[in-house]
Design a protein. Structure first.
Length: 218
């Protein structure tokens, strides 16, 4: 059963447009939101987003006019603001009460922007809505309690404590299993694990974990 999804297209580099099209079509989203420059990718795919939001510093006036002529909703914010454009789009997406949110174009060459977008994953935990950042190489999400990673044997999965120490970590279906382990950022023992089954199971009793699942077998 397909979940009620909202897709956000952010402005970081997306090199594989075929991947983007396929993943959006597979999600069959209720809505597609663009954070500022993410609208360039929607335009390239021939998509009419439901909303473009941000300070519009990454979109030229000609493309904005194209969207306006199509009747696309555009919400402009000043350049000097506390929120990032992706955060503004995420706030709108969460207000739609989706069952999941998929964010593309959020992991690029700007490490500071990538870290900011990783931090936004916590907004989903707070609202009880799963959020994933995706590109052609990997999918990223934050978890508490229990979660699964579905993929192919041999795919790499890296696991980091997020927001502090994480305790009571158990991993099943991985090359390097764990039971009741503790992770800290100063000791990155969760990096470069691998699936040994089609489904890897992860549990954490205290704290949060950042999961990075690479989509090709290493």
């Amino acid at each position: 059963m397909v979940k009620k999804a909202v897709v956000i297209i952010a402005g970081s580099a997306i090199e594989d447009m075929k991947f983007l099209r396929q993943r959006i079509e597979a999600a069959a989203p209720e809505a597609v939101l663009c954070a500022d420059g993410g609208a360039r990718y929607a335009h390239a795919l021939g998509l009419a987003p439901d909303l473009i939001i941000g300070d519009m510093d990454s979109l030229d006036d000609e493309l904005l006019r194209v969207f306006e002529e199509k009747g696309i909703a555009i919400v402009r914010y000043p350049v000097r603001k506390d929120e990032t454009d992706t955060q503004l789009a995420l706030i709108q997406a969460l207000a739609m009460n989706p069952e999941e949110i998929l964010i593309f174009g959020a992991m690029g060459k700007r490490l500071d922007h990538t870290l900011a977008n990783l931090g936004l994953l916590m907004m989903g935990l707070e609202k009880g809505v799963p959020i994933k950042l995706l590109d052609e190489n990997c999918e990223v999400f934050v978890m508490a309690g229990a979660a699964t990673v579905s993929g192919k044997k041999g795919q790499t999965v890296s696991i980091f404590p997020w927001g502090g120490e994480a305790r009571g970590i158990t991993l099943e279906g991985f090359e390097y299993p764990l039971e009741d382990a503790t992770m800290t950022l100063a000791r990155p023992c969760g990096i470069s694990n691998r699936l040994t089954e089609k489904v890897g199971r992860i549990k954490v009793d205290e704290g949060y974990l950042l999961i990075i699942h690479y989509l090709t077998a290493s």
